[in-house]
Design a protein around this ligand. Structure first.
Ligand SMILES: Nc1nc2c(c(=O)[nH]1)N[C@H]1C(S)=C(S)[C@@H](COP(=O)(O)OP(=O)(O)OC[C@H]3O[C@@H](n4cnc5c(=O)[nH]c(N)nc54)[C@H](O)[C@@H]3O)O[C@H]1N2
Ligand SMILES: Nc1nc2c(c(=O)[nH]1)N[C@H]1C(S)=C(S)[C@@H](COP(=O)(O)OP(=O)(O)OC[C@H]3O[C@@H](n4cnc5c(=O)[nH]c(N)nc54)[C@H](O)[C@@H]3O)O[C@H]1N2
Ligand code: SF4
Ligand SMILES: [Mo]
Length: 899
């Protein structure tokens, strides 16, 4: 049963099929609503992307649909406003700004987390009717380099392969892709293929969980990918392992590429030295690649997020074109998408340098789109790309901006400057579902429907269009993004925004893809006359969709590309180092990325305590030799400093990190840590063609934080924490309470100020214990016999485990024993400390896994059988294997497939 109309579904609706709102795998989800906001989810057994599987994040969706923190009414300058007033205000401010300063004085910054229908409306409004190219998307931070590479090589932004290819391949190369954590369900499918003999090669400076069990890991020097792939191509040419017939029939540019290769020493020794890998490993990669006709090369953020991201992509595409490994079952280059609808945004023209339907600003394309829209003012030139857009806001050139479904105050590079820009901007509108670091800068906040409420389509990494469907009625006054924009467009006086439903928006979009389409691969003609009922029931389908309604799994099967002569283009690329070189002041390379259980800026996954227990705090990974050199200790706090900013994070000393490299997760925001955001540190260096930032490399240094005291604070409800004190805090959501960890460098006066600030928000009786010898102080607030909060501080001593204290919050009445234990600082019985959560799906902690290993479980499967860990999405299996290897004298690894 499905509902595609604007009418909310009844509360009792059971088993609605929808799509996961997180990664680009695009898993089908069956959601069953029990009552008001209670939801249970399971994987959709017939969705082709996941066939019933979900990863830890998908599994925990039910924990994220509460209404806490939600925006439920429009506000203007912090005061509630009606939709009519808010719409009129946004329309007027945009119109006035345009009238005074021209269309390029306004901008939209949108997101791959919008639906295709939302994206289409945003783009039509900005490019078609406002007449400016100034709409860009967070996909600029994500997919822009791959898009540019595709356009140069194939003539359009086309992803050739499909998920089936990942299973049919004999060799899968992961280039800057930590699939085990970032596309877990696909990784699980490839692990199954690996058990049948598929080989895995991982190219990543870090030994990630994807690399852990791989046949080969090339821990390359940061930003040396172009050198590596060009070296591979030179080698394949040398041993005549390229497909000369395919090149002759279908590919231009081979001669130019060969000439460019010859500018460099392509001997394996020279390439290996430049890439910082052993020459034997390099040769193994070359041999594996040469030996396997059916090769898929996945590439993700380690490729795209680079000042040479386009060249990295092209180098990969060049190898596949030269070997004819494209458009074939199990053979293709595969740029994997991050967000649930990154693809939809690329299709509908969410990027500043494209129009819609894969049409550009070439006059013929531009005029065709303008004709279709009946919009004579349609923009004639590309607008500003994300980082430049925020620079233009900072410079006062853009005077009104509307941010939708993204959190740029956290996620853009050089985020301190982004915040300055938002602060300076005369008019900032933010559409979001919740309060974020970015909504703090908004003049107008507009409440958007969230996942589980919104309804429309998304396109996943394999070009598959799936429906997201509503499970809940709209809460408060929240509205669909497309509707909010259409209302503003109409209030601005524009025609063509009067759709009755999302189904009509989709139909118009599909018709545009088919409009005067003689050669564009992106064609949804078979969907351009969908009735509202057919739209409501639409089954997952891969574009292009022919007039007869048939989808398409693979592109370029006949060797024809979307270029004027139908031939693909190989494009010469030349290796360069990172944009900013390390030096004596900043001798290390700061790399950033994702962790297994958090999604981006934690606005949703941060609500699920189970997802916060694998890596509860912001951390920095550092190699043991560097830790030693800079006096950084494992488990202690460290300062990471770049020319742009500073952060404080927990040091994880590990040889999985390259010497000279640091890694920090991108996720933490002001809501979760006082100094854990990484993007104030990241240099805004861009790829000159794609405009994508080099998130993976900023010169940095690391130092110990050296606190003089530390402590923790557990409280039933979230409290605003004091600022201006010389301390750092991190908040960790627990089932029963909010845990805050503190460390400070101030004296007793500061600690007293902290205590005072915290007490202000608390009611109840305060009981205190002080131990002058260790400088320990324990405060507990008890109200009506229930524990409200505890604050433990110590100068030199140890702090007890938190889990035992957290559990006291669940007690309706504290026992006398518990009360004295509270002040004594020690649990009455054996300490409860579950350790980190290894398996978030089945809630299995490290201690339980270790116990199973100690009892003889010698493989991930055996640990799974004993504890359940790793038996759902499997993304913790590499970690379990590592724990086994660390315990056993003879490392018991996953079965290795000898070459
Ligand atoms: N759990 C989780 N999953 C997610 C997301 C999430 O937030 N959380 N976000 C989704 C989104 S939007 C995206 S874009 C994808 C991203 O998915 P991935 O690209 O897999 O994720 P990242 O961790 O950003 O980066 C991948 C790897 O690139 C490596 N790398 C760094 N520098 C280099 C280099 O110079 N060369 C090479 N070859 N590799 C390098 C990093 O060490 C890192 O391990 O994940 C999606 N899935
Ligand atoms: N250092 C570093 N920075 C990075 C990266 C990195 O690897 N390293 N990766 C970059 C990449 S690849 C990406 S994709 C970005 C992601 O960065 P962001 O897009 O900023 O991250 P999200 O937390 O996903 O933000 C989405 C916001 O939209 C809201 N939202 C969700 N659904 C809807 C909806 O339907 N409508 C509306 N109006 N709002 C909604 C959410 O509440 C949330 O606030 O980060 C980039 N930044
Ligand atoms: S792999 Fe996980 S996050 Fe990605 S779509 Fe599937 S369930 Fe969602
Ligand atoms: Mo992304």
């Amino acid at each position: 049963m499905a509902d595609g109309s604007a009418v909310p579904p009844p509360l009792s609706i059971m088993g609605v099929k929808t799509t996961c709102p997180y990664c680009g795998v695009g898993c089908g989800v069956s959601g069953a609503v029990a009552d008001a906001r209670t939801l249970s989810v399971s994987g959709d057994k017939v969705h082709p992307a996941n066939l019933g599987r979900l990863c830890s994040k998908g599994t925990a969706l039910g924990a994220t649909v509460g209404l806490q923190g939600r925006l439920l009414e429009p506000t203007s300058n912090g005061k509630a406003a009606s939709w009519n007033d808010a719409t009129a205000l946004v329309a007027k401010r945009f119109k006035d700004t345009i009238a005074k300063h021209g269309p390029d004085s306004v901008a939209f910054y949108v997101s791959g987390q919008l639906l295709t229908e939302d994206y289409y409306v945003a783009n039509k409004l900005m490019k078609g009717f406002i007449g400016s190219g100034n709409i860009d998307t967070n996909s600029r931070l994500c997919m822009a380099s791959a898009v540019a590479a595709h356009k140069q090589a194939f003539g359009a932004d086309l992803v050739p392969g499909c998920y089936e290819d990942l299973e049919l391949a004999d060799l899968v190369v992961f280039s800057g892709h930590n699939a085990a954590w970032t596309h877990p369900v696909l990784f699980r499918r490839m692990e199954a293929a690996r058990a049948r003999g598929q080989k895995h090669v991982v190219i990543d400076p870090r030994r990630t969980d994807t690399a852990e069990g791989a046949d080969l890991h090339l821990a390359i020097a940061p930003q040396s990918d172009v050198r590596l792939w060009n070296g591979l191509l030179a080698h394949l040419i040398r041993i005549d392992a390229i497909d000369r017939d395919y090149i002759a029939a279908h590919v231009n540019g081979f001669t130019e590429v060969t000439a460019a290769l010859e500018e460099f020493d392509q001997s394996p020794a020279a390439v290996a030295a430049d890439c910082g890998v052993p020459v034997e490993s390099l040769l193994r990669f070359y041999d594996l690649f040469a030996a396997h006709e059916r090769t898929v090369s996945l590439f993700s953020m380690g490729a795209n997020q680079s000042a040479q991201g386009v060249a990295k992509g092209l180098s990969i595409l060049n190898v596949h074109l030269a070997t004819g490994r494209i458009g074939k079952p199990g053979g293709c280059p595969f740029s994997i998408t991050g967000q649930p609808n990154a693809m939809g945004g690329r299709e509908t023209g969410g990027m500043a340098n494209t129009l819609a339907g894969h049409m550009d600003f070439a006059p013929a394309d531009r005029d065709r789109v303008a004709r279709f829209w009946g919009a004579p003012d349609t923009a004639r030139a590309p607008g500003l790309k994300a980082v430049d857009m925020f620079e233009a806001i900072h410079a006062g050139k853009i005077k009104a901006v509307w941010v939708m479904a993204t959190n740029p105050a956290v996620s853009l590079p050089n985020a301190g400057r982004v915040r300055e820009a938002l602060e300076r901007c005369p008019f900032v509108v933010v559409s979001d579902c919740v309060e974020t670091d970015t909504t703090a800068f908004a003049d107008v906040k507009l409440p958007a429907l969230a996942w589980g409420e919104k309804d429309g389509t998304v396109t996943n990494s394999e070009r598959r269009i799936s429906r997201q469907r509503a499970l809940f009625p709209a809460p408060g006054q929240a509205r669909a993004d497309w509707r909010i924009m259409a209302d503003v467009a109409q209030a601005m006086g524009f025609d063509g925004f009067g759709w009755a439903s999302n189904a009509s928006v989709f139909r118009e979009w599909a018709r545009l893809t088919a409009y005067e389409n003689t050669d564009r691969v992106l064609n949804l003609s078979g969907l351009s006359a969908l009735t509202p009922e057919a739209y409501a029931e639409l089954l997952p389908i891969q574009w292009p969709v022919a007039a007869d309604g048939q989808g398409t799994a693979r592109l370029f099967t006949n060797g024809r590309f979307q270029t004027p002569d139908g031939r693909a283009r190989m494009v010469p690329t030349r290796p360069k180092g990172p944009a900013d070189a390390v030096d004596a002041v900043y001798p290390m390379s700061l790399n950033t990325g994702r962790i297994r259980d958090q999604w981006h800026t934690m606005t949703r996954t941060g609500l699920a305590p189970d997802l916060c227990r694998h890596a509860p705090e912001p951390f920095v990974e550092v190699h043991p030799a560097d830790a030693e050199a800079f006096g950084v200790k494992d488990g202690a706090l460290a300062r990471v400093i770049t020319a742009h900013g500073e952060a404080v994070a927990l040091a994880k000393v590990t040889d999985r990190q390259r010497p000279g490299g640091l890694f920090m997760p991108m996720h933490w925001t002001d809501a979760f840590a006082s100094s854990g955001r990484v993007n104030p540190l990241v240099a805004p260096n861009l790829d000159p063609t794609s405009g994508q930032p080099e998130f993976k490399h900023t010169p940095a240094r690391i130092r110990a934080y050296r606190e003089t005291w530390k402590g923790f604070f557990l409280t039933r409800d979230s409290l605003p924490l004091p600022s201006g004190l010389n301390l750092v805090w991190r908040r960790i959501p627990q089932d029963t309470c909010q845990q805050h960890e503190f460390a400070g460098r101030g004296d007793e006066v500061e600690r007293a100020a902290l205590r005072k600030a915290l007490s202000k928000g608390l009611a109840g009786e305060l009981v205190t214990y002080e131990d002058a010898a260790t400088g320990a102080r324990r405060d507990a607030w008890v109200r009506d016999g229930r524990l409200e909060a505890v604050l433990y501080v110590t100068l030199s001593g140890r702090l007890p485990p938190r889990d035992w204290l957290a559990e006291l919050f669940a007690e309706p009445l504290l026992s006398a024993e518990a009360r004295s234990a509270l002040l004594f600082g020690r649990p009455p019985g054996p300490p409860v400390d579950k350790g980190a959560l290894v398996c978030a799906c089945l809630k299995v902690g490290a201690k339980v896994v270790q116990a199973a290993i100690a009892a003889g479980a010698a493989s991930s499967d055996a640990v799974g059988a004993a504890t359940g860990a790793g038996t759902n999405c499997g993304s913790c299996r590499p970690e379990i294997a590592r724990m086994i290897a660390a315990t056993a004298s003879v490392p018991a690894k996953e079965p290795a497939h000898a070459h």
